[in-house]
Design a protein around this ligand. Structure first.
Ligand code: ATP
Ligand code: MG
Length: 361
């Protein structure tokens, strides 16, 4: 008789399709746990988000972070609704968690699935898969700046939005990227900046990148400007393995990556606190998708694959691979939501993934 380990996970579906895809993800994760017989999940759901804001005037309770701290991980849906200004909902919940739990590494794989058409002609010819590593604690999202600094009166307002780059912040994300590259088939890190135009922070970034690279002689490197990297994603994606970029640049590039893979609804993401002092958070890259919320047609794959990243984080690599294989099984069999050219519902895709898991035993 093996002893069952319990993973205590805080679940925050939050807004829009988040509520639909989180339920789908939990179903798949429960199925994989049941098969393993060595671990189980204990889910605790927190009804925070824009509905909570309507009642309480804030996105989560004042002691919310304290509550979350004791969990092994956070499984997050999506935040944002028309009733709350976007910057208020984002800072009030998602960024509140990523910043305060020092989840400084955001891992966003770009994965191409069988049976899903990519707008890239190349995707049919070569095997593509790369991962965007996003600096998740500072840079352009440091929240530094202010409005109306000059007091010049109506029509003359000035706003300042400052990006913060620290040597320590750059170094830790770069080491993270190099360590990840070493575990991949293609050992290469591409660093992205706009250091020709942004001559302070991004030049520091370049310098730290060059210095850290010396400790990883077995890993190939390149430095590419973000505009050129956008073109490269489309024209030469086969050259990519690990792409490390600042908060804003990586956010934009990972949306591009997911669109190239076929849909924003496929993209997964891990917000990691690699030091292990705080829980890490796993969520799809997409937002709350108000245009399709409540219809039961959201693609659950981004959320399900984020669950696979959570399994990996728990050291359950084989189980994570099984979830990924089951997702591939479902798309290959033609069970697809609307965004990737099918007509299956969220539930139908989830069921297909669970069945593929069960068949694989
Ligand atoms: P955020 O600002 O939170 O990143 P956003 O404004 O970029 O959000 P999303 O909510 O991600 O936008 O939606 C962008 C588009 O992608 C919408 O047309 C939406 O329907 C679609 N989309 C997002 N997620 C999914 C999903 N899981 N399944 C299908 N379509 C999706
Ligand atoms: Mg977006």
């Amino acid at each position: 008789m093996t002893t069952e380990h319990t993973y205590r996970v805080a679940v925050i579906p939050a807004d829009g399709v988040g509520k639909e895809v989180v339920a789908a993800g939990c179903r798949v994760l429960d199925a994989v746990a049941e098969q393993s017989r060595t671990f189980r999940f204990e889910w605790t759901e927190f009804p925070w988000g824009s509905d909570y804001y309507a009642k309480h005037g804030r996105m989560m309770p004042e002691d919310g972070l304290e509550t979350l701290r004791g969990y092994d991980a956070i499984y997050f849906g999506a935040v944002g609704w028309e009733t709350v200004p976007d910057h208020v909902s984002l800072w009030g919940l998602r960024l509140n968690i990523t910043q305060n739990f020092d989840q400084w590494a955001n891992v966003r794989p770009v994965t191409f699935l069988p049976g899903v058409t990519s707008p890239l002609r190349k995707a049919a010819e070569v095997e593509l898969d790369w991962v965007v590593v996003r600096e998740n604690s500072e840079g352009e999202y440091a929240g530094l700046g202010g409005r109306n600094l000059s007091g010049r009166g109506p029509g003359n307002e000035v706003a300042l939005q400052t990006a913060l780059f620290t040597e320590k912040g750059c170094e830790r994300i770069m080491r993270f990227a190099f360590d990840l590259a070493r575990k991949r088939r293609v050992k290469k890190v591409s660093s992205v900046t706009k250091s020709n135009a942004q001559q302070y922070g991004m030049v520091l970034w370049d310098e730290v990148f060059a210095r850290v690279a010396q400790d990883y002689p077995d890993v190939a490197t390149e430095s590419v400007l973000v505009d050129a990297m956008s073109a490269k994603f489309v024209l030469h994606p086969e050259d990519l393995s690990v792409v490390v970029a600042s908060n804003l640049n990586a956010d934009i590039l990972s949306d591009l990556g997911s669109a190239l893979a076929g849909s924003l609804g496929l993209a997964s993401s891990a917000n990691l606190n690699p030091d292990g002092r705080f829980p890490s958070m796993f969520e799809p890259v997409h937002g709350s998708a108000p245009d399709i919320a409540g219809l039961g047609v959201a693609n659950p794959i981004g959320q399900i694959s984020s669950g696979a990243l959570m399994l990996e984080h728990f050291g359950l690599a084989a189980e994570a691979a099984r979830v990924e294989a089951a997702v591939r099984g479902a798309t290959a069999a033609g069970v697809r939501t609307r965004d990737i050219g099918g007509n299956a519902t969220t539930d139908e895709v989830t069921t297909a993934v669970v069945e593929a898991l069960q068949r694989a035993v």
